[in-house]
Design a protein around this ligand. Structure first.
Ligand code: ZN
Length: 294
């Protein structure tokens, strides 16, 4: 089985991006794995600290390992937004392929100092693990926000990105380039879309030369996704769109079967609904590669 580093290099060469989808239950995990298997493309399953606390760090690792072996599709596991070294080490020991070590809320000097230490400590546990660092402001919650999302503040500059990568030794960078976690209600209804700073992405890529992740991808304009991937984005995170599909389809299934109590009769439409979202996003992120493969 290929490593995440190898798959990242191949994606870069082919001009496609790897889809990253967060999970917090077995329904979401089954949906993500089924979509990746159907399209036969690599995928990253993400679990933030809250998602890991709910499902269990070792339990998620065991489920993903088993799905990877069974399907033969490269399904990787990322410890998303990890705010302490202790939590990061827990994920590294459980066998995660990558960790987003997120100290972006701290002053930049403190972020650099602690991230550098974390890179050394985590590579001592697993030399092959990939560490992603974050600078700039991309918000926190993958949920529906009441207020309009302001993406103009706290953008990452190419200079600070270059300095940060060189000083910390991170393998992957998560910059703020007009992206933001969560969606507004108008985005859920498809009335508005997020737009990205494509020029800034290209400049950060050129300055750093490392793989770049786009966090908070939910609700982003499709054409902006294509341009962002062409400009150097290697991994795209989608969470809120899956959560919205999960809730809406669960409510619909419960309403359709008011007297049903058997979970495996209520939940399959939820897997299908989430899988449809993952399929459409994976097709978009891998579209250049699919065309080239024909
Ligand atoms: Zn994120």
């Amino acid at each position: 089985m290929q490593t995440l580093r190898e798959v990242l290099e191949q994606s870069q060469q082919r001009g496609v991006a790897i889809g990253h989808f967060n999970i917090s239950d077995l329904i979401l995990l089954k949906a993500v794995a089924a979509a990746a298997r159907e399209l036969d493309v690599p995928v990253i399953v993400g679990a933030s600290q809250g998602e890991r606390d709910f499902m269990g760090v070792r339990e998620i690792a065991a489920l993903v390992k088993s799905l990877r072996e069974e399907s033969g599709v490269p399904i990787f596991l990322n410890a998303d937004h990890t705010h302490s070294l202790a939590k990061a080490e827990e994920a590294a020991r459980a066998g995660f392929d990558a960790i987003v070590f997120d100290l972006s809320a701290l002053p930049i000097e403190e972020n650099v100092r602690q991230t550098k230490e974390a890179v050394a400590a985590l590579k001592a546990i697993n030399p092959g693990i990939l560490i992603e660092g974050e600078i700039g402001d991309i918000g926190t919650g993958s949920e529906i926000h009441e207020t309009v999302i302001d993406t103009s503040k706290g953008l990452t500059t190419p200079e600070e990105a270059k300095q940060y990568v060189a000083a910390t030794g991170v393998d992957i960078l998560a910059p703020a380039v007009g992206n933001m976690h969560g969606m507004s209600a108008s985005m859920v209804h498809g009335e508005t879309r997020k737009h990205l700073d494509i020029q800034r992405i290209a400049e950060i890529k050129k300055a750093t030369g490392v793989p770049i992740t786009l966090h908070g991808g939910s609700g982003t304009d499709d054409d902006d996704f294509r341009k962002a991937i062409a400009a150097g984005i290697n991994i795209v995170h989608i969470n809120t769109e899956l959560r919205v599909a999960w809730r809406q389809s669960l409510e619909a299934s419960l309403a359709k079967h008011p007297n049903e109590v058997v979970p495996y009769k209520i939940l399959p439409p939820v897997i299908e609904a989430v899988k449809e979202v993952v399929l459409s996003r994976l097709k978009l992120f891998n579209s250049v590669g699919l065309v080239a493969a024909r």
